[in-house]
Design a protein around this ligand. Structure first.
Ligand SMILES: Cc1cc2nc3c(=O)[nH]c(=O)nc-3n(C[C@H](O)[C@H](O)[C@H](O)COP(=O)(O)OP(=O)(O)OC[C@H]3O[C@@H](n4cnc5c(N)ncnc54)[C@H](O)[C@@H]3O)c2cc1C
Length: 583
């Protein structure tokens, strides 16, 4: 019998059948090279727990990882882990916490940072409830999979936006694992006392392999497939490996843990148009990159973004002041040394700045813009607001207004129509280098690639500053005038321009130096919309069947870092494992 297509479409149920048939045809058009139950994208803080949980529940699991090594930003991290909710660790140290207290803390509308930005106000209640309810279980999962926490009471070190009621921060000890920063284990006296992401990720990588998770390195996910282009369940991914395309079918689920969007210039500018290409020293790179590939692939099949304020609000570590200068990658707590696998890409260790009295910071045109000792954005944590009262307007009254505007002034630009602030240079003389005990040679600075310059005079120094992001030449007379004026403030003891507390040192003893000191991007706090199970939700508010996500690729949750990622990976892996395998 021949079926008439128009008649078919006229009947609602029949039309649905036809749509399903067309979807199936689209999915079938993909030639699958492999079939597994669960595909996890990204071997970082989200991906590894997700993969381990799914594998231990009896599924075949493959992780595809873009880089030639596993670990993501998580392995570069400080390993400060704010998991609370009544963990065995909190109990051991007498800290009283509960899922309800975590939920209350992370949804408290009234908490603001000292510049007025709200840490928790725009968090999604469903996402936070899931985190609060799974926080303690995630902690036990990590301990059971080899993570050793430094044996001391939970504190507040390294955390931001983690809740104000009780201390929750634990610290991952590196034990005997090699540090990716040096290629060598930590000093024996620090192996159980220091905090590092190496102590989180090496045990998880080992546990995943031991459980039978296959980690495919240098396999970059390029796209996600649904049965139809924008409909039906997710059925697999396309990855690229050494120029070849591989299609991996997922019988149950695809879990995205690609780590956010800090390294994708166009994507990050959706949140803040100022974040143009000169912000090239993203924390965690060049170990791994957050290129928004998870978000973009998700959006291509209908996923929604969520909680976008959290990526724009001026709190926490979304944008940070550099802690080291003179190299491309200036994040305060991450330096790659010769011996590290990625040192050839990082090219320098940078010069750690002990005292910002030793330098002035100038913009592309050689002009000062702010008190150099100004700090970066602040954020909430236990103890920040000493008189904290949950959900009370009094919390704002208790804080002393402090805009922390070095970053905003650095990103203000020079009035040439460009949205970003352009390069920021730390200018100093040889006396400052002596005070800081800086050795101004490679590998400490990266002169070969235009991140460090030296000259016998200030005018010559300005003329020498030529590099990719220096769009306009620095007028020598500007730099000379800036330094002369600053030196006069040292004489008078008062910075009439920017109120630097008692400028201490003149810049007068050549040679003179210019070191890259441009703001560093760090966190992504907005991404794909997820529900309590970690399932990705589309623009109509409907679940995209078979697609899960967590960590920095997911939105709706402004908590900094590892706890969010590991917990959401744990949740996504648990729920993906329960899906019914599709034929
Ligand atoms: C220097 C530094 C210090 C930090 N310190 C702390 C801290 O002390 N405490 C804290 O809580 N947080 C900290 N953080 C933040 C924390 O590390 C991150 O929030 C966390 O790692 C995010 O986990 P994730 O799974 O979302 O991403 P990641 O851990 O970055 O993992 C993402 C992985 O996905 C891979 N990937 C990306 N795209 C693709 C693709 N298309 N195909 C395949 N693979 C892909 C990446 O290569 C990467 O391996 C720090 C971050 C940095 C950079």
């Amino acid at each position: 019998m021949t079926i008439n297509r128009r008649k078919l479409l006229a009947g609602g149920g029949v039309a649905a059948t036809l749509a399903a048939t067309e979807q199936a045809r689209a999915a079938n058009a993909v030639k699958w090279n492999r079939v597994v139950d669960v595909v996890v994208v990204g071997a970082g803080a989200t991906g590894l727990p997700a993969a381990i949980v799914a594998r231990e529940a009896g599924n075949s699991v493959v992780i595809v990882e873009a880089e030639p090594h596993a670990g993501g930003h998580a392995i570069c991290s400080g390993g400060n882990m704010p998991l609370g909710g009544g963990t065995s660790f909190q109990k051991k140290w007498g800290v009283k916490d509960s899922p309800d207290l975590v939920f209350q803390d992370l949804t408290d509308w009234s908490v603001t940072s000292a510049n007025g930005s709200a840490d928790y106000r725009y968090n999604d209640r469903e996402v936070i409830r899931a985190f609060a309810d799974n926080c303690a279980a995630t902690c036990e999962f990590l301990i059971a999979h080899g993570v050793v926490f430094v044996d001391k009471a939970p504190d507040t070190q390294g955390g931001n936006s983690v809740g104000a009621s009780v201390p929750r921060e634990m610290h991952c000890a590196p034990v005997d694992w090699p540090l990716i920063q040096t290629g060598k284990p930590a000093d024996p006296d620090k192996r159980l006392t220091m905090s590092t992401g190496n102590g989180l990720m090496h045990p998880l990588i080992a546990s995943a392999r031991k459980a039978g998770v296959e980690i495919l390195l240098s396999h970059r996910m390029k796209s996600i497939h649904r049965q139809g282009p924008q409909s039906g369940p997710v059925v697999g991914v396309t990855v690229e490996h050494e120029g070849k395309t591989i299609n991996i079918r997922a019988r149950k689920a695809v879990i995205l843990g690609t780590g956010g969007s800090t390294s994708n210039v166009n994507f990050r500018r959706m949140f803040d148009p100022r974040l143009t290409e000169e912000y090239c020293g993203v924390a965690g790179t060049p170990w791994s990159y957050q290129d928004a590939s998870g978000e973009i692939a998700g959006m291509a099949i209908g996923a929604s973004l969520w909680g976008l304020y959290n990526n724009t609000g001026e709190f926490g570590s979304g944008v940070t002041k550099p802690g080291t200068i003179g190299g491309q990658f200036g994040y305060v707590n991450l330096r790659f040394f010769p011996g590290s696998e990625v040192f050839p890409k990082a090219r320098s260790t940078g010069l750690p700045v002990k005292d910002w009295q030793d330098v002035i910071t100038v913009n592309m045109l050689g002009k000062r813009f702010y008190d150099e000792t100004g700090r970066q954005f602040s954020s909430d944590n236990y103890g920040v607001n000493k008189d904290y009262v949950p959900n009370s307007y009094l919390n704002a009254k208790n804080l002393k207004w402090n805009p922390n505007n070095w970053l905003n002034a650095a990103m203000a630009g020079v009035g040439d129509g460009h949205n970003g602030g352009g390069p920021i240079w730390a200018i100093f003389d040889s006396a400052a280098a002596e005070r800081e005990k800086w050795d101004l040679k490679a590998p400490n600075v990266d002169a070969d690639n235009g991140f460090f310059f030296s000259a016998d005079s200030l005018g010559e120094l300005a003329r020498k500053i030529r590099m990719k992001y220096q769009r306009l030449p620095m007028p020598p007379e500007n730099l000379e005038a800036t330094v002369a004026r600053y030196n006069s403030f040292v004489d008078s003891g008062k910075d009439d321009d920017f109120g630097k507390p008692k400028p201490l040192h003149k810049i007068e003893k050549g040679p003179f130096y210019a070191a890259w000191a441009t703001p560093v991007l760090h966190d992504t706090r907005a991404g794909l919309r997820i529900n309590a199970k970690g399932q990705v939700v589309d623009m109509n508010g409907d679940v995209i069947p078979g697609l899960y996500c967590g960590g920095e690729t997911a939105g709706g949750f402004s908590l900094h870092g590892l706890a969010r990622a590991t917990c959401q990976g744990f949740v996504a892996g648990t729920n993906a494992a329960k899906e019914t395998a599709r034929a």
